[in-house]
Design a protein around this ligand. Structure first.
Ligand SMILES: Cc1cc2nc3c(=O)[nH]c(=O)nc-3n(C[C@H](O)[C@H](O)[C@H](O)COP(=O)(O)OP(=O)(O)OC[C@H]3O[C@@H](n4cnc5c(N)ncnc54)[C@H](O)[C@@H]3O)c2cc1C
Length: 416
């Protein structure tokens, strides 16, 4: 009798999918990793690309290099369009593939919360191309401001608005404020830097709502001290080309509008109805399997995973740990054993505010703020960034920025 190995398909080479593949090395099965890009993106550092801290390629890692040492795995670049769970077939734009086991790890995407004009005129911040677009928009606007004679138009070009006061919004606001201060003053002598402003709009009463309130308040004070105009309890009702309308009727003239106010699960179309919940996340069992499909797992941002009855937040450490669990459960299934429930070990989370200042909330109970949290954030991200060469370049870029306040100012794609 001919013995056929099981085939495991992992869709998505983000934190969850890539970790699963690494943990499945040496398992007696054929593994196929599918991603629309042929590189992994280290999303937490995207804001540094947008703010000109680090070069774009240093926050990516080639997937073929990641798979070099995993003999039972191969990579197919393609965008998964549809999944037929009954027939166990994954459909990409390049080919159809059948599977015995499937791991869905396709992450999340920007959600514009049905705000009129947001999808057309606001810049999202989810992928590498988004970060590059933001960077280029800022630099293009500086260039245009230097030749603009009309003061009101110049101020509009130099007003950067970030919508959403979560970790991404805070990190962007702090680092873009530094970019504006250092870069404008040094390199655009004809622009009066007083005409530039960075605005952070947040609908809640405190920033960083997933953190203890005092850390959100500290963050707000720090940003304001550095010149960011933080508007709390401020809702956007419409985004226009070059302006934002607020719920209270105020009109804000601003040529760069960055949207960080929402994300939702990003799953490919499925033949069967998927059980989804808030933010379109796929509901999974405690073992991370889909309720009616024990051969299918969903992990990371795409899945609604609960611990002690509460949904997890959607951060990288959760995705990594789910990647490990899914690999362990697949190994158990291959040996005929039942999968085990996922248990999240909360090591904590951290966000940078600006130079020398950050916040962290360790093990779900220890708050840290200021220089120690900033240093902790840098250390953790350097440790988890894939690739020694990337780490060295990033470290060099951070040192350059710290010592000279020099940032990348050339347009990366020179678009308008
Ligand atoms: C701007 C930003 C900053 C963040 N900062 C932090 C931070 O500092 N710390 C932290 O812990 N978390 C942070 N997060 C959250 C963290 O990035 C996510 O929780 C994590 O990336 C989720 O991992 P994942 O594997 O589920 O998805 P992802 O890492 O997003 O990976 C999904 C993968 O699926 C691929 N894919 C998607 N759709 C398809 C398709 N149809 N076909 C083929 N491939 C597909 C994508 O190309 C991608 O490679 C941040 C998120 C954002 C948006």
């Amino acid at each position: 009798m001919l013995y056929k190995k099981s085939r495991i398909i992992v869709i998505g080479a983000g934190f969850a999918g890539l970790r699963a593949i690494q943990k499945l090395a040496k398992v007696n099965a054929d593994i196929i990793l599918i991603d629309r890009n042929n590189y992994h993106t280290f999303i937490p550092l995207l804001y540094q690309v947008a703010a000109g801290f680090v070069p774009p390629e240093t926050v990516t890692y080639p997937l073929r290099k990641s798979l070099r040492s995993i003999a039972n795995a191969r990579f197919i670049q393609g965008k998964v369009q549809k999944i037929d769970f009954a027939a166990k077939v994954v459909q990409t734009e390049v080919m159809n593939l059948s599977y015995d086991y499937l791991v869905l790890a396709t992450g999340s995407r920007t959600k514009f919360l049905d705000v009129d004009g947001a999808a057309q005129y606001a810049l999202p911040m989810r992928a590498l191309s988004d970060a590059v677009n933001i960077h280029d928009r800022l630099i293009n606007n500086f260039e245009r401001a230097t030749i603009c004679q009309d003061r009101a138009r110049r101020m509009q070009l130099l007003t950067i608005t970030i919508i959403g006061g979560g970790a991404t919004g805070v990190e962007l606001a702090g680092s873009i404020q530094e970019l504006v201060k250092a870069t404008l003053a040094k390199n655009y002598p004809t622009i009066n830097s007083q005409e530039a402003s960075v605005i952070l709009l947040h609908s809640g009463a405190t920033l960083l709502q997933d953190y203890p309130e005092h850390l959100g308040n500290y963050t707000c004070r720090q940003l304001r001290r550095r010149g960011v105009k933080v508007h709390l309890r401020s809702r956007v009702s419409e985004v226009l080309p070059g302006a934002i309308k607020l719920n209270d009727g105020q009109l804000l003239e601003t040529a760069a509008i960055i949207w960080t106010a929402g994300v939702e699960a990003n799953h490919p179309e499925a033949e069967a109805e998927l059980p989804t919940a808030s933010k379109a996340k796929i509901q999974v069992e405690s073992t991370l399997q889909l309720p009616n499909y024990p051969q299918v797992y969903a992990v990371g941002d795409v899945a609604l995973v609960k611990q002690a009855g509460k949904p997890l937040l959607g951060i990288a450490p959760e995705a990594l740990q789910q990647g490990t669990t899914v690999a362990q459960n697949l190994k158990r299934q291959l040996r005929g054993l039942p999968p085990k429930p996922f248990n999240y070990f909360n090591k904590g989370k951290a966000a940078i505010i600006a130079r020398n200042s950050g916040v962290a909330y360790l093990f779900g109970k220890i708050p840290v703020q200021g220089f120690a949290a900033w240093l902790l954030w840098l250390g953790i991200h350097l440790y988890y960034l894939p690739g020694i060469a990337n780490r060295l370049v990033i470290l060099g870029s951070w040192l350059r920025d710290y010592l000279t306040r020099e940032r990348s100012m050339q347009q990366l794609f020179n678009h308008r």
